[in-house]
Design a protein around this ligand. Structure first.
Ligand SMILES: [Mn+2]
Length: 322
């Protein structure tokens, strides 16, 4: 595999590795860059969009990762060779325009591409895992920076090994673990808040209502529904709270986010019974969510205002019912 990958490149090549920048793609691109070090003239890692997720922003900042944002104005004809990792050409318009020398990916492919070098392993939990086998074959020991990036790539794509994981993913994890910078990794993993988010935590703490092992807070208008998830997960840290129920108004709808300890409980079922008839509601045993358009809400509640919504959510999800 490694030899036929290397056979695609010559020492004069200026290589561009294109990515849709999630942690697995970023780490895989950096591994390719490391593999091609001193084998080609230069390797640039180009992102097709800016990074928004705060964990990933932290990853790039803390590890000082050399990434370039590709803009429409950029002249890509200055590059001789293109490599695609953690995606298929069909996934993006720009990807479709480029003629790739190599594609390394773990997404199942419906439109197989005709790149001279293809390594697609749909059963793998992450592309980072595939790249580890290349580094191993090339006898390259990843630097702390690369090891940390790859470890985070594997952890996010397998959701800490909760989904599609192969023994190869666990082996890759074991290889990287002693090499990674664990304080940096921890900071990356916990960095999902902005300073502005704190005011919603403050509001949630002030507005909290506790009933037996359930905690509720209604946050009125929120700029993004994600903040409801952050607050719900935060409140679940309270040791004797089993249900965290956080609501807010976003995009003309009431959003209710539920987290519980997942022990003999079913948040998905509870939220479907409570809100399924007036909105879209669903989830798993330990996490669930409902979205109820405000117009539906006014049909069942009459007057819609912050305190009536707050009481409505609490009544619908009360532990004292039935
Ligand atoms: Mn991936």
């Amino acid at each position: 595999m490694l030899e036929s990958f290397y056979a695609q490149f010559s020492s004069k090549d200026q290589v561009l590795v294109t990515i849709d920048p999630d942690p697995d793609a970023i780490a895989s691109a950096l591994a390719v860059r490391r593999l091609l070090w001193r084998k080609v003239q230069s390797t640039t890692v180009g992102m097709i969009r800016p990074i928004r997720r705060l964990n990933n922003v932290t990853m790039v900042r803390l590890l000082k990762l050399p990434l370039t944002l590709l803009t429409k104005k950029m002249d890509l004809s200055t590059f001789d060779k293109f490599v695609l990792v953690d995606a298929q050409p069909v996934h993006n318009e720009l990807f479709q325009k480029l003629s790739y020398s190599a594609i390394i990916d773990h997404h199942p492919t419906t439109h197989p591409s005709d790149a001279p070098f293809m390594d697609v392993r749909p059963d793998y939990g992450s592309t980072s895992t595939i790249l580890i086998s290349y580094l191993r074959a090339a006898k390259i020991k990843p630097s702390a920076t690369l090891a940390t990036a790859l470890l985070y790539g594997i952890k996010t794509d397998t959701r800490n090994f909760e989904r599609h994981t192969l023994v190869e993913d666990i082996e890759a994890f074991r290889t990287l673990y002693p090499l990674a910078n664990h304080s940096a990794l921890r900071k990356i993993e916990i960095s999902d808040l902005s300073l502005e988010d704190l005011k919603f935590f403050q509001k949630a703490v002030e507005r909290r209502h506790v009933s037996r092992d359930r905690i509720y807070a209604h946050l009125d208008e929120v700029p993004l529904a994600d903040i409801l998830v952050e607050v719900a997960e935060f409140f679940l840290k309270i040791h004797d709270i089993s249900w965290s129920i956080i609501s807010g108004i976003y995009d003309e709808a009431l959003i209710v986010v539920i987290r519980n300890d997942g022990y003999r409980k079913d948040a998905g079922k509870v939220v479907r019974e409570a809100f399924g008839s007036i909105g879209c509601a669903g989830g798993h045993a330990s996490m669930a969510r409902a979205e109820i358009p405000l117009e539906n809400l006014s049909l069942v509640m009459g007057k819609v205002n912050p305190s009536s919504v707050e009481k409505f959510v609490r009544k619908k999800l009360s532990p004292y019912k039935k």
